[in-house]
Design a protein around this ligand. Structure first.
Ligand code: GLU
Length: 321
């Protein structure tokens, strides 16, 4: 068992949380609390176009409503603050310079995919493999392109394979070059990309355990590469099942899938925790329970590794009012 566990929940305040976000938060919290560790709440509000302070407040309020707390982070403070990414830009700039000094950063003038770089890549977001087109531009070509467009910045990946052992899923491996290729670490408007910020923060905040949705599994090899380049120790990752609606569609804030506003009107915190615990295999049936009552029975072995279809759950609760 890990000692001195430091875990975190790192949501993006780009909308009200939905059931899937809360499921991840509950498992992250249970994993930390069952190990007697420290829980950190970090707001990943990198993207000024999508994130709002009101959503961050609602997020904290919704977590507390369910019965989840945190020892460090948003509204609580602590030794690794500030805990909102929008206030950590200077620190990302330092990490960016470290990568630049290694000769691994280059400007990219291609426009596609940039819009989403500050958000974690979730399934169906359309974040794509990059051909490496701008890697080999000459100085003259760069100067020419620079006249009409400010570049974004990419990190050169190596041709090696990056592997890691996920605490829940097991061995995972990807050839960075064949997988996602050179990836964005900073947008042309200066906003740092999720991949850089998440590693910089988990590293600096001395996080030992990252529990997050399985759609970030394929980001992890890139993040392992960044840990190495920045000279930081990677945490143990635990990727948890995604909750999906009809036809395997991932729940999404943008689709306005039943959010916490709606769920709070329909359920008590204990009822909702009971549903989440049953989905996680921690209870045989959804019975009212508090997160604190689940701590002693928490075990990764009961939690499925495949997507969890919650369309029945939605039909049932939509029928209940
Ligand atoms: N901020 C990301 C999200 O909203 C999660 C990042 C992570 O846990 O690594 O999905």
């Amino acid at each position: 068992m890990e000692t001195n566990v430091r875990g975190r929940f790192a949501p993006s305040p780009s909308g009200r949380m939905h059931l899937g976000n809360l499921f991840t938060a509950l498992l992250a919290w249970l994993s930390v609390r069952s190990a007697g560790g420290t829980m950190v709440l970090r707001m990943e509000d990198l993207d000024p176009d999508r994130c709002r302070p009101e959503y961050a407040q609602l997020l904290a309020d919704d977590l507390r409503w369910l019965g989840l707390d945190w020892d460090e982070g948003y509204e609580v403070g602590g030794p690794h603050g500030p805990y909102s990414q929008s206030e950590r830009t200077e620190y990302y700039a330092q990490c960016f310079r470290t990568l630049e000094e290694k000769g691994l950063v280059y400007p990219c003038y291609c426009t596609r995919a940039e819009r989403l770089a500050a958000s974690a890549p979730h399934r169906g977001d359309g974040q794509e493999w990059y051909s490496g087109r701008c890697r080999t531009l000459s100085q003259e070509e760069r100067a020419e392109l620079e006249r009409t467009r400010r570049p974004a910045w990419r990190l050169m990946v190596s041709t090696e394979s990056m592997s890691f052992i996920d605490g829940h899923i097991g061995h995972y491996e990807e050839q960075l070059h064949a997988g996602h290729s050179d990836f964005l670490i900073r947008r042309s408007d200066g906003v740092y990309a999720y991949q850089l910020a998440v590693v910089a923060d988990d590293g600096e905040m001395a996080i030992t355990q990252v529990v997050r949705g399985a759609d970030l599994l394929s980001s992890t090899p890139r993040q392992m590469y960044l840990y190495r380049l920045l000279g930081m120790t990677p945490p143990t990752f635990y990727h948890v099942p995604l909750l999906v609606a009809e036809n395997g569609r991932r729940l999404s804030k943008r689709e306005r899938d039943l959010d916490l506003g709606e769920l709070r009107r329909r359920f008590t915190p204990q009822e909702l925790t009971g549903h989440l615990a049953a989905l996680a295999g921690l209870l045989d049936r959804p019975e009212p329970v508090s997160p604190a009552e689940l701590v002693s029975q928490f075990s990764w072995s009961s939690i499925p590794t495949h997507d969890l279809d919650v369309s029945n759950f939605f039909h049932t609760i939509l029928g209940k009012s």
